[in-house]
Design a protein around this ligand. Structure first.
Ligand SMILES: *Cc1c(COP(=O)(O)O)cnc(C)c1O
Length: 431
């Protein structure tokens, strides 16, 4: 499979090259040249496949530089936890994407990327160093995905005091090939340090730097597996899938699954107060506003980086997009109310992100339709918000209390570039 850039000013790349480059040189996004329905055999039999078998069939046309047997092993490894569909109300279901090692749906994408890069770096002489700036969930999923992968080192930068306690423990207690830098600044400062390192020609001569950014095709595409798996667990003529969205990677992967021939149904693009896409769907005007901090903070994104992929999937036609996608957004106060109401009425515990999907279905689902919302994180990761919504503290599950007892190991860092550069050269590159 070849991948072209959505800006169409950079050369096409094969799978391996697109994964290693992460971004094409013209700042567009890689997009597969062919997106066509899978074979009739697969589409007729997918309901009887296991999760890794289904994942393999879906990734096979795309991950063309990895031999079949190897790709099978990768998917067995990546998809080793359950993704249950739970009924919440008569016509509303939750697809729980948070049963992976870091309790966020980003585990699947991060693990697939890690295994692919690990495969490509096997036998390579040079070690690869992955730089990731994180505001919370991404860093944990990436750290965990790359933990113990040979030939790969990971350096995570996070803003000191600005991630939740549990998230910080996930970043800072692994050790091994994972290092965490606690930056005295905000997320943008972390991102800026990473960008400067990528632009530093001299540094790039001394070490091989790669990014685990969410727009890498190997992080984006495997998310389509959720949607086919969802279809294999429910049969409905008129399905609506509500996807809590920030960078719009997850929902565009759902659109990809629909193009591969799975009966995914229509989409509801659910956002918090950062509602640029729901507004676009209403007005056909793409008009980003400054980012607002919300309780659903993994979705605090004002310019979703996967938007060009969404346009690509609909051939840049606003009318085709409108036929399959509706928009929905929720304020912080409504998020709290929804969590409380759903708990009261059904006993189901929503997290602040899933709550937006659930509320969207409650308001917009028509008689005869079935709705599924994506539950993208475990509620305990947002304990203070949950306590505000419910009026009481959640009990900590075992995994969380275990994590909280571990010692964090970080290196404190200012936001100036020189210190970061020295660190990379001395510590990560001792030769
Ligand atoms: C990343 C994230 C989202 C948003 O997903 P996108 O693919 O960026 O749209 C939603 N919920 C949680 C918990 C997340 O971590």
């Amino acid at each position: 499979m070849n991948y072209f850039s959505t800006n169409r000013k950079a050369p096409n790349a094969g799978f391996k090259e697109a994964v290693i480059n992460s971004l094409p040189s013209d700042n567009g996004l890689y997009f597969p040249e062919q997106v066509a329905p899978l074979s009739e055999k697969v589409l007729a039999n997918f309901r009887s496949m296991s999760l890794p078998e289904l994942g393999f069939e879906m990734m096979k046309p795309f991950a063309t530089d990895i031999p079949g047997e190897e790709l099978k092993l990768i998917l067995e490894d990546v998809l080793s936890f359950e993704i249950p569909l739970k009924q919440v109300e008569e016509d509303i279901y939750s697809l729980e994407l948070f049963h992976g090692p870091t309790y966020a749906f980003k585990d699947v994408g991060a693990r697939f990327l890690a295994r692919c890069l690990g495969y490509f770096s096997e036998g390579a002489k040079e070690e690869v160093t992955i730089l990731v700036a994180t505001s919370g969930d991404t860093g944990g999923a990436v750290a965990n995905g790359f933990y113990g992968v040979e030939g790969v080192k990971v350096v995570i930068l996070y803003p000191s005091g600005k991630v939740s306690d549990l998230q910080e423990k996930q970043l800072t207690t692994l050790g091994g090939n994972i290092s965490a830098l606690e930056v005295d600044g905000d997320f943008d400062d972390c991102q800026s340090l990473v960008k400067q390192a990528f632009l530093d020609e001299d540094l790039n001569k001394q070490m091989k730097l790669t990014s685990a950014n969410s727009i890498n095709i190997a992080r984006w595409m495997p998310q389509s597996i959720y949607y086919a798996w969802m279809c294999s667990q429910i049969a409905a003529d008129d399905l609506v899938v509500a996807v809590p969205s920030g960078n719009y990677g997850n929902i565009t992967a759902g659109m990809l699954a629909r193009r591969l021939g799975f009966p995914v149904g229509n989409f509801m693009a659910c956002s918090n107060a950062n509602d640029v896409v729901p507004r676009y769907l209403k007005t056909c005007q793409y008009d980003p506003k400054p980012t607002i901090a919300t309780y659903a903070n993994a979705m605090d994104v004002s310019k979703p980086s996967n938007f060009p992929r969404m346009l690509e999937l609909y051939n840049h036609s606003y009318d085709s997009l409108k036929k399959e996608v509706t928009g929905f957004s929720l304020t912080d106060a409504e998020i709290l109310e929804t969590i409380a109401q759903c708990k009261e009425a059904t006993g189901y515990l929503l997290d602040p992100h899933g709550a937006i999907g659930y509320a969207g279905l409650k308001q917009q689902l028509k008689p005869g339709q079935k709705g599924i919302f994506m539950e993208t994180a475990h509620p305990i990761k947002f304990a203070p918000t949950m306590a505000k919504a419910l009026g009481e503290e959640l009990t900590m599950p075992d995994f969380a209390s275990d994590l909280m007892t571990r010692q964090k190991e970080t290196k404190k860092m200012g936001k100036g570039y020189e210190g970061f550069r020295d660190y990379l050269i001395c510590v990560e590159n001792p030769s």
